[in-house]
Design a protein around this ligand. Structure first.
Ligand SMILES: NC(=O)c1ccc[n+]([C@@H]2O[C@H](COP(=O)([O-])OP(=O)(O)OC[C@H]3O[C@@H](n4cnc5c(N)ncnc54)[C@H](OP(=O)(O)O)[C@@H]3O)[C@@H](O)[C@H]2O)c1
Length: 460
């Protein structure tokens, strides 16, 4: 472990940076390059007193070797550290470091959505027990302010719904598939080439990353605890270039939408899945790697927070904002590092934290969802098919809004039907999908995509 650097300015706030990757490097450089401005704004100089990395043998440009350690946990609890900034990512050792820091009376800033989604409530309670704060603005939406607004500025509202595009990788891919006609594989390859998608993209394309972020947002917006496992999730892997063409013909854009809303009976509906959005919906115009969160409150109506949802500089903006907030709010730790150095600002109340023991949520059953649907069904191209399909819909209480026969294949003797429905129960759609394959007319049941609207799905 590296010893504390003796050159730290007197009266400064001691920061441990756990991670010096895409975000950690951005934060390190911002704190170095803007040191004087941040000291004025927060009332105290901020000194990075240690930096944890995985690989100590790699050269770290512009970083004093004496600051480096590969023991993040030991650094996090060191006496000269007031605030721990966790930017390693993943569950462990990140969660253990955050826990140890909070238990040792240090405030923590993190960008870690996985830790906050899976263990946030417990860690926030630990922070409160220890009289310190755990801030996590950068864990959702990169640089977009959304956690602090939900925690503070929207408190007067009953939140009715939250609709979000919170995964830049998939939004880039969906935009490329729609606008450039790329296949799923070509869109993924392009996202990887540009550094937007990891070598293993499963967390992004499977909707896991979006589910983590939705769990964090929904817990705040609905004053409860939502675990990622509570989020119904479908990824984008089953979408084909054809769906984008048909959707555009019908006036829709496909987005991986994260939705949280409360039913009239109080149950919480939380889901991440591809959604057809009306091309005029503001969220349909959120292209490429941008993120957006639309919040609908009873007093405010609909507000949209939109911007860069990832990347070094936008994420640094959110991390450093949390850090400055902690520094200017008064003692950031209960340890010796904070002693003997008064802030230029009068002490403020600690940053707002969600209640530590929120009531458990009741989750809505997916079958009760009441939405419109887009279906693509491969049928045999022969007389009577439409009548047979129509009967199957009627049997399942589904009313057809539009039906289009496309791409008849004379050789195979098949045609594709693009069907949109009026509002239907998801359980009825599921039953149709499960049984349609048995119909003589149907060759392949294909795909169903939910059709969204400005105020998300309702129930009958
Ligand atoms: N990248 C973004 O645009 C973005 C946006 C929003 C939120 N976030 C979140 O920010 C966090 C960091 O992401 P990132 O993209 O900056 O990650 P990254 O580039 O992979 O960097 C991770 C850093 O943590 C260090 N590290 C990993 N495991 C460690 C261990 N066991 N001990 C010590 N150091 C360890 C790595 O050390 P080495 O340098 O030696 O490998 C590296 O410096 C994640 O939680 C991520 O979800 C990222």
């Amino acid at each position: 472990m590296a010893p504390p650097t003796p050159s730290a300015p007197v009266g400064s706030i001691g920061v441990a940076l756990l991670g010096l990757g895409v975000v950690g490097r951005g934060v390190f450089e911002a704190l170095r390059d803007n040191a004087a401005i941040y000291a004025t704004r927060s009332g105290r100089p901020i000194a990075v007193r240690g930096v944890a990395v995985h690989d100590l043998t790699r050269a770290r440009d512009g970083v004093d070797q004496a600051l480096l350690t590969n023991d993040p946990r030991a650094l996090a609890v060191r006496d000269d550290i007031d605030i721990v900034v966790e930017l390693m990512g993943g569950m462990e050792p990140a969660a253990a470091c955050i826990e140890a820091a909070l238990a040792a009376g240090k405030s923590v800033v993190t960008a870690n959505k996985e830790v906050m989604a899976k263990r946030g409530p417990e860690l926030l309670a630990l922070a409160q027990q220890n009289g310190v704060a755990l801030l996590y603005e950068a864990s959702v939406g990169g640089g977009i302010p959304i956690i602090a607004p939900l925690n503070r500025d929207l408190q007067a509202n009953e939140i009715r719904s939250l609709q979000a595009i919170i995964n830049g990788t998939t939004n880039f891919m969906l935009t490329a598939m729609a606008q450039d006609g790329l296949s799923y594989d070509a869109a993924l390859a392009e996202a990887q080439r540009r550094g937007y998608a990891e070598a293993d993209p499963s967390s992004d394309v499977g909707g896991v990353d979006a589910a983590y972020k939705l769990a964090i947002l929904a817990s705040l917006a609905f004053h409860t605890t939502v675990h990622p496992d509570d989020v119904y999730r479908e990824g984008i892997t089953q979408l084909s270039a054809r769906d984008f063409r048909f959707a555009a013909d019908l006036g829709y854009v496909i987005r991986l939408l994260a939705v949280a809303q409360r039913d009239t009976d109080g149950a919480l509906d939380v889901r991440v899945h591809p959604t057809l959005l009306d091309a005029h919906d503001p969220l349909a115009r959120v292209d490429g790697v941008l993120n957006a969160v639309a919040v609908e409150g009873d007093l405010l109506g609909r507000a949209i927070f939109e911007g860069e949802g990832a990347g070094s500089r936008p994420t640094t903006s959110a991390v450093v904002a949390d850090l400055l907030h902690l520094v200017s709010s008064g003692p950031a730790s209960r340890g010796p590092a904070s002693r003997g150095a008064a802030s230029n600002h009068p002490p403020e109340s600690p940053p707002r934290q969600p209640p530590t023991d929120p009531p458990p949520a009741q989750f809505a059953s997916r079958g009760a969802l009441h939405m419109r649907y887009y279906l693509r069904v491969l049928v045999r191209d022969r007389p009577g098919v439409i009548a047979e399909i129509g009967r199957a819909f009627a049997t399942n209480n589904i009313s057809i809004a539009s039906l289009l026969q496309v791409e008849a294949d004379a050789v195979a003797g098949t045609a594709e039907l693009i069907i949109t429905t009026h509002h239907a129960r998801e359980s009825d759609i599921d039953r149709f999908m499960a049984t349609a394959g048995m119909l003589d007319a149907v060759q392949d049941v294909g795909i169903r995509i939910r059709i969204g609207s400005a105020s998300a799905g309702s129930r009958p």
